[in-house]
Design a protein around this ligand. Sequence first.
Ligand SMILES: CCCCCCCC(=O)SCCNC(=O)CCNC(=O)[C@H](O)C(C)(C)COP(=O)(O)OP(=O)(O)OC[C@H]1O[C@@H](n2cnc3c(N)ncnc32)[C@H](O)[C@@H]1OP(=O)(O)O
Length: 238
Amino acid sequence: MLRSCAARLHAVGALRGLRGCARPWARSSGPAPEFFHEDHSLPKPSWSKDMRLLFDQFMKKCEDGSWIHLPSYNYTLFQRSQDISAFIHAYLPTASKLINEEKLLQAKIFTRNFEDGLGFEYVMFYNDVEKRVVCVFEGGPYLQGMPGCLHGGAIATMIDATVGTSAMIAEGIVMTANLNINFKRPVPLCSVVLINSQLDKIEGRKLFISCNVQSVDEKTLYTEATSLFIKLDPEKQV
Ligand SMILES: CCCCCCCC(=O)SCCNC(=O)CCNC(=O)[C@H](O)C(C)(C)COP(=O)(O)OP(=O)(O)OC[C@H]1O[C@@H](n2cnc3c(N)ncnc32)[C@H](O)[C@@H]1OP(=O)(O)O
């Protein structure tokens, strides 16, 4: 049970949640494309001591299978042009009319394309019993908003990515419909924070997920958020 859950989540983490399509490249012959090879959620020299310490603590929790480490790559599933185009036509037919398909070849995940240590450094872990995703996040110097503080948009991005991962694990192909954020304390630039997300309920195609951002010692509550995700329905013309 745990093993199959781990395998599913590995795929989810790797491909950011497209359930049932664990190996998108498997339809064509040959090995997995190059860009799936580097897992950006593993320790790097640029990580701070706090980030490394938390990574090690969570990896320890993974040993009994209660938590699962979610790998993370630069690109999404369906990255190769024919796959991405098929995905967009199936799920986002209205948007597809305005998308430049040639440019799609250059598309990369927003949070994974800064130089190491300068932008979004993060790693996520999932607890299947508790339906929780925790993200250990360090926002680098290029994410500054007010002097010395993390930009609110960068915080919102990581909240969206964390609750989005939770939604994708639960229901597959989803989009954010609503994200409501209360910024309660400024997040110091280059500090490590924990983003804790919790799947509260699922009603039909709607997933309700709450979230908070805390300091590592859990003494400071920086941010609280609630979100609504909708499972995409290919029958609908979104
Ligand atoms: C890489 C790691 C993960 C990253 C995650 C990042 C995810 C993202 O950022 S996605 C990008 C931002 N989001 C978007 O662009 C989405 C834009 N919106 C849309 O495309 C559509 O509105 C979409 C798909 C969300 C819903 O459309 P559609 O499938 O037609 O659903 P629709 O029938 O309108 O609504 C379904 C239900 O949800 C409710 N609902 C929809 N939107 C909202 C909303 N904003 N607030 C409250 N309720 C809503 C409806 O009232 C309806 O409820 P009920 O079933 O009870 O009547």
